[in-house]
Ligand binder design. Structure first.
Ligand code: ADP
Length: 278
């Protein structure tokens, strides 16, 4: 198959796109910037301090769980990374580009590179799973093709390969709203895969799923992060999932970073530090 013919200039050929990374971790670590970085970030909303001197990074291939009680500042971290809000001080970088000073087209370009996964899936229910995944290709496809939904064959191949990777090839032509919650979230994962994002922000992606679908979805997300060297920051309120599936856990409490630890080290004492005594 000649998937790289006629691809938009900024697109990577299909084989490149969905082929797991093969270079050794050391070689890649030398050349790749962190997927995202917060450095000494502070953000206040009027009299509320939402983030107070927060620093951490997510490296390519890593799934980092962002945990903390309600109001700890997790959403504000996401808003700073997508520049829905601007940090009052400190640096915020995505794929090596400082986003805190960007505007206009440069900001849109960085946002296009961030894959987003939401609690409520954010699929278009009346469209097929495939069309929803193709929506992830929008940044790579000419506007007239989007308007007419005439995506190039190469984009369809990329989208189908992404659905195959999340185990949903047989559902490609099924309406999204006829799929289970877990399947819909896997379509959303396929969408960021087809988007060729190297950084993914997942905001409570399994909160509305039953425990077994939730474990499955987080497992798929983690495996894809590793295979494609995507840095994933995943806000989670289920600490069990964070401990079982994440590589690291970053914890906020009242706007301060209270923990940045390998997930396996998140023990009862760590839990108390983040959430207080039960
Ligand atoms: P989390 O996502 O962990 O629940 P948030 O980042 O939403 O936390 O909120 C952090 C703090 O900032 C909370 O005290 C919240 O009430 C406050 N906050 C968030 N957004 C706003 C806003 N737009 N205006 C005023 N205060 C806000």
């Amino acid at each position: 198959m000649t998937a790289h013919l006629h691809l938009p200039l900024d697109a990577v050929p299909l084989e490149e796109t969905l082929r797991p990374s093969t270079a050794g971790p050391r070689a890649e670590a030398r050349t790749e910037p962190p997927a995202l970085t917060l450095e000494r970030v502070c953000k206040r909303y009027r009299e509320t301090t939402a983030l107070d001197d927060v620093s951490f990074a997510v490296r390519p291939g890593e799934l980092v769980a962002l945990v903390g009680p309600s109001g700890a500042g997790k959403s504000t971290v996401f808003r700073c990374l997508t520049r829905l809000v601007t940090a009052d001080s400190g640096h915020v970088a995505v794929l090596g580009t400082r986003v805190d000073a960007l505007r206009g087209r440069a900001l849109r370009e960085v946002r296009r590179r961030i894959g987003l996964i939401f609690q409520q899936f954010n699929l278009i229910g009346r469209l097929s799973a495939l069309d929803n995944v193709l929506a992830g290709r929008l940044g790579h496809v000419a506007t007239w093709r989007v308007a007419t939904r005439l995506f190039p064959d190469e984009d369809r191949q990329i989208a189908l390969a992404a659905l195959d990777r999340v185990g949903l090839l047989d559902k490609a032509y099924q309406r999204a709203d006829s799929l289970s919650g877990g399947q819909q979230q896997r379509v959303a994962i396929a969408r960021v895969l087809a988007q060729q994002s190297r950084v993914v922000l997942a905001d409570e992606p399994v909160s509305s799923l039953d425990p077994s679908s939730a474990a499955n979805v987080i497992g798929v997300l983690r495996d894809i992060a590793r295979e494609h060297r995507i840095g994933v920051l995943c806000a989670l309120h289920q600490v069990d999932f964070a401990r079982d599936c994440a590589d690291r856990i970053v914890a906020l409490r009242a706007g301060r970073l209270v923990l940045d630890t390998p997930a396996r080290d998140f023990d009862a004492a760590a839990f108390t530090r983040v959430y207080g005594a039960a």
